[in-house]
Each structure stands twice: as C-alpha cells, then as structure tokens.
Design a binder for this molecule. Structure first.
Ligand code: ACO
Length: 255
C-alpha cells in the first residue's frame, strides 16, 4: 500500500522495516492515515462488515500493532492483544483463559505469499516471548489457517461459539513433550542412567507447572463467587507449599 510520504517520517522503523506500536503511542495525522488505510484494507480482504483496526480502536488500549514497511509502502500489519476467553473442551469442561490473541493480520495483496506474513509473525513471537500454539486466533481466515498449518503445524482445534481458535497444543506442555523425547533418546544411549541437568530441570518445571495448574483449578472451583481480582491467600500458600515440597523432594532424590 503506497503512501505519499516515507513511513519512517511518522513512526520509528528499524533496519528490517519493522515498527512496533502500542496504544499509548503519540498520534500524528500520517500515522493515523497508515493505520486507517491498512485497517480498512484488512477488513475488505477478510470480507468483514466492521473494521477491526482503526486509530480509535487502537489508541488507549493495551494492544500492540506490528507494522512492516519499505520506503513509502506499508506491506503488512499484525495486531495482538489479551482477551478473557472461555474454552469448552469435548467433555463440556469450560476453562477460563487469558491468552494473547491475534486480532488482525494483513499483508497487502501484491505482497502475499512472499514471507512477509511470516516475518511479521516471527517478530511478534520474539517480542512477546511466546510460542504460536500459546496464542488464540480471532476468527482466523482460511489463509491464516493455511499459514499456521504450513509454518507451525497447527491444525487441531475444537470450534468454539466465540469463534476464537485455540489449538489443542495450547493445553499441552511443550517442555514435557521435549522431555519425553529426550528421555526416550537417552534410554537408548549410554548416558541413560545420568540424565542431563537441563532434562532434570525441565522435568521439575513440568511437574511444577502441572501442580500449579491443578492448584489453580482447585482454587477456581473454590472461589467461583469471588471477584476475579480478589486473591485467595490460603490457596496461594498451599500452592507455594506444594511447589517447595516438590522441589525439596527432587533435591533429596538427586542427593
Ligand atoms: N491462499 C491460501 N493460502 C495462503 C494465501 C492464499 N492466497 N496467502 C498466504 N497463504 C498461506 C499459505 O499457507 C502460504 O503458503 P504457500 O504459499 O506455500 O501455500 C503461506 O500462508 C505463505 O506464508 P507467508 O508468505 O509468510 O504469508 P503472507 O505474507 O501471505 O501472509 C496472511 C499471510 C497475513 C494470512 C495473508 O495471506 C493475508 O493478508 N491474507 C488476507 C487477510 C487475512 O486473511 N488475514 C487473516 C485474517 S484472520 C485474523 O487476523 C485473526
């Protein structure tokens, strides 16, 4: 998308043509023009009745906008933000989660399928320090679903009423999977009796994470009537004791 000014005149652009804006960004007319034009083009490309990205819908929020540009051309945008979501699994169990969500993603038609989307997405993953499976995706288009399958092998999900896609790997522990793979490799090697420190640490962290999730679930069940911002000190104490108990048991075992 071509503008009649250099994009770097209205926002700071790094050497890779990347800009990261947040909602507290200082506004200027040219920046507003870029956001408005790209937001409208994105809505049109997705056949949406409503524009998702506009200056009024972006400023004063905690969302972030990643922009890829080159000279006077804006090549693409990617908007992310946190949402409170309810996810229902196949057994009807509903979980409340607060994932970072991909809210809007658009690469100009003339530049699609050249890796610009991947560049934007990877920049976002790096800056947000997150794996693709730990994101939620707001009404992903067939192109975005294809993109995620191709680049990140993400395809399994349970359709939800809210139209957000959460891939099944969201609920899995990546560290646990890596550990299981490492353990099976190690069991075939001469070092099987002396697992590496990283593996021990990984196992410990996985167990702590599972314990912490279980404690959190218990805590949520106990305090359904409690306001979401209220803290249950007793549950936190229990969780702390479980975690420290687990750590000292591990240390004893190693000794
Ligand atoms: N048809 C089918 N798949 C496509 C298409 C297309 N026209 N364009 C990209 N893809 C998928 C394919 O898997 C493709 O791999 P392939 O070419 O080997 O088939 C892969 O994306 C290409 O990866 P990149 O080049 O890195 O992606 P690109 O720069 O094209 O950006 C994006 C991907 C953002 C989805 C872009 O295609 C686009 O803007 N589409 C229109 C708007 C849109 O649908 N946005 C997502 C809305 S949903 C949301 O924002 C939550």
């Amino acid at each position: 998308m071509q503008f009649n000014f250099l994009i770097s005149k209205c926002m700071s652009v790094n050497e890779n043509g990347m800009t990261i804006l947040n909602g507290s960004q200082q506004r200027n007319p040219q920046l507003d023009e870029v956001i408005t034009t790209m937001g409208e083009a994105s809505a049109k490309a997705q056949n949406l009745k409503q524009v998702i990205t506009s200056p009024t819908r972006f400023y004063q929020t905690d969302q972030k906008l990643y922009i890829k540009s080159e000279g006077k051309h804006c090549l693409g945008i990617l908007k992310v933000g946190k949402k409170n979501l309810f996810h229902r699994d196949l057994n009807g169990l509903v979980r409340e989660i607060q994932p970072l969500c991909v809210l809007d993603f658009y690469v100009h038609e003339s530049m699609q399928r050249r890796g610009i989307g991947k560049e934007l997405f990877e920049e976002m993953l790096r800056c947000e320090i997150i794996y693709p499976e730990k994101l939620a995706y707001d009404r992903p288009s067939p192109k975005l679903l294809g993109f995620l399958k191709k680049h990140y092998h993400l395809s399994n999900y349970i359709p939800q009423n809210n139209n957000f896609v959460i891939f099944s790997q969201y609920f899995e522990n990546r560290q646990l999977i890596v550990n299981q793979q490492l353990a099976s490799q190690n069991s075939q090697s001469q070092y099987s009796s002396t697992p590496s420190k990283i593996e021990q640490l990984g196992t410990l962290m996985s167990q702590m994470s599972i314990q912490s999730t279980q404690s959190k679930n218990q805590q949520q069940q106990q305090s359904k009537s409690q306001a979401p911002w209220a803290t249950d000190q007793k549950s936190q104490q229990n969780m702390y004791e479980t975690t420290t108990g687990l750590m000292s048991a591990q240390i004893q075992k190693k000794r």
